[in-house]
Ligand binder design. Sequence first.
Ligand SMILES: *Cc1c(COP(=O)(O)O)cnc(C)c1O
Length: 354
Amino acid sequence: MTHPFLDLAPLSAVHFAAIEDRVARLLDTEQDVVIMQGEALLPLEGAIRSTAGPGTVALNVITGPYGQTFGDWLRDCGAEVIDLAVPFHTAVTADRIRAAFEARPEIDFVSLVHAEAATGNTNPVAEIGEVVRAHGALFYLDAVASIGAEPVLPDAWGVDLCVIGAQKAMGGPAGVSAVSVSARAWTRMTSNPGAPRRSYLSLLDWKDRWTDAGRKALPHAPAQLEMLALEACVERIESEGLDTVMRRHAVAAAATRAGALALGGGLEPYVHDASEAAPVATTLRTPPGTIASELVARALASDPTLPLVAGGGALAKEMIRVNHYGVDATVTVVQRCLAALGAAMESTHSITDA
Ligand SMILES: *Cc1c(COP(=O)(O)O)cnc(C)c1O
């Protein structure tokens, strides 16, 4: 008996290349797009280890937990790291980046997360890109949580390494990801003696054995289930229209912010300024005296399918994440989340009052 997930025909090199081209169109980029067969942390780590090393002076912008991780990888590669952290309820500004370059003109690498699903903020990449380009630094961007929810334009913004994953606003699989690589980034890698080679983290392996070799033969067996799922999810975005998908996310985010305030009871948007709030997911601050993780647990008890989660680590006390992305980017889902949170807050009060 054949099974829809099993007994798949091998994925051909032509098919693999066609999926890469489709992802490149989604990013509106002429750069090489390398698909990596693992969760997005694979290209995120691979791109840093390929381009950074002793001698690199990296400006690492921290607007959430991923920025923290990038700083650790950069230091591990031997780079000098200048961390620029901003409070999680805001975004970084281009002026802060400009000031960092004025203080340390030798900065030659900038790492930034576009949108943070974990903290709910989004950063002005276009403006920051202008500053980075003016100083000639290499620009690394984590667009995992922004792709599909808001414009991601590596070429227009001068991004040299733009990493995406399909599992957030694209509504796709988590086991496959991609990175667009500029000519400048390839040059940096080829001149970096520490860049991984003959390694699963290596981008240069893909360049040598796949991209530069005319994409005729795959270096190893492709993860066909994930590749087919990636293709299906890009196809679905194309047929709905990328603009429509992004609008759905923006509407869901606006509805969450407005609805949380309308609920009353002290629940409020975690990111103060709506223009700095990510369309992919909305974070909410719980009222004083309420524990976010407890509120979420109570809301999920009434409906376990809701895309609600408490903030990670220390944020679990005060932050609720409404992950209204992918198929959940609808006003209906947002209304159900808010209704469940409202009921959970009510029951908290009656417990406290009793
Ligand atoms: C979700 C996300 C990733 C992918 O990491 P997972 O925790 O495995 O989902 C990477 N970067 C950002 C900014 C993300 O929001």
